[in-house]
Design a protein around this ligand. Structure first.
Ligand code: FE2
Length: 286
């Protein structure tokens, strides 16, 4: 018999200034480590004011992590030290494994006046922090939408819902990343592996995410589930609810975090910044 998990922590995303002056909302980040292990950060950059985001994220390095960009509207133009150039368009996902190092820029642009998306950071285990960089670029039509039961549909970016697996594969932390929509009063039960962290971020409507929590959680609210139990059990409010669902296997390794670089020790972090300063940061240029 399945035992649903209870919510251990609720966070409201908070206004944060990033990049060259982008106003976004951070659902969790540095202040919350290690609660969301293996995830490090979730930024919500939905905005209807271009001045909030047009400054973008000019050239900057990453090492030791994966960044996952999921766009709902608009686009992010992207270019990097490996010679990639392209865009992440509405409904698409870019799962970038920075590994030993990438220097890139990410510039959000409106389409028909609209822009919005999310960036999730997934930590890499110590033994893969210096792996070769790679991309999994997923077009909107490659992401399956699964109708689980009446009134529930889930876009499966990574993981499996009702026997349907998402297109992102071979990620070390064995994460799940779903975009789930529930119609009014619908219910969604989903299994979570023992010991894995699980969390949701509400992006529309409202709903109840455990049996205990009587208040419906609203847009821009993050809820972290406790580790006890083997499923989540979610009920939509009277206007329905849409949320991102994450789960993953905690790494339980030390974290040394400096801006866009996350290593295990201060020495590794210092080395990364030294290399960035002296032009030896990039280990694989194409
Ligand atoms: Fe970046």
């Amino acid at each position: 018999m399945s035992k649903p998990r209870e919510i251990a922590r609720i966070l409201k995303s908070r206004p944060t200034l990033e990049g060259a002056g982008v106003h976004l909302n951070r659902a969790f980040g540095y202040n919350e480590i290690p609660d969301f292990d293996p995830f490090l950060l979730l930024d919500d950059f939905r905005s209807d004011r271009p001045k909030d985001y047009l400054a973008g994220f000019p050239w900057h390095p990453h090492r030791g992590i994966e960044t996952v960009t999921y766009m709902l509207e608009g686009t992010v133009e992207h270019g990097d030290s490996m010679g990639h150039a392209g865009s992440v368009d509405a409904g698409c996902v870019q799962w970038m494994t920075a590994g030993s190092g990438i220097i890139h820029q990410e510039m959000p642009k409106p389409v028909k006046g609209r822009m919005g998306g999310f960036q999730l950071w997934v930590n890499l285990p110590r033994k893969y922090k210096m792996m070769d960089p790679r991309y999994q670029e997923i077009r909107a039509e490659e992401i399956p939408t699964v109708t689980v039961q009446g009134g529930v549909s889930a876009k499966v970016i990574c993981g499996t819902v009702a026997g349907v697996s998402g297109p992102v594969r071979d990620i070390m932390a064995e994460p799940e990343y779903l975009d789930v929509s529930l119609e009014p009063d619908a219910q969604f039960a989903h299994p979570v592996k023992p010991g894995y962290m699980a969390a949701v971020y509400v992006i529309g409507g409202s709903g109840r995410f455990d049996q205990r929590n009587n208040d419906d959680l609203m847009n821009r609210t993050m809820a972290l589930f406790g580790k006890e139990g083997d499923s989540v059990d979610i009920h939509a409010g009277k206007n329905g609810v849409r949320f991102l669902f994450f789960s993953g296997k905690p790494l339980r390794e030390p974290i040394a975090w400096g801006g866009p670089i996350v290593m295990n020790t201060q020495e590794e972090l210092q080395q990364a910044f030294d290399e960035y300063g002296n032009g030896t940061f990039i280990k694989k240029a194409s």
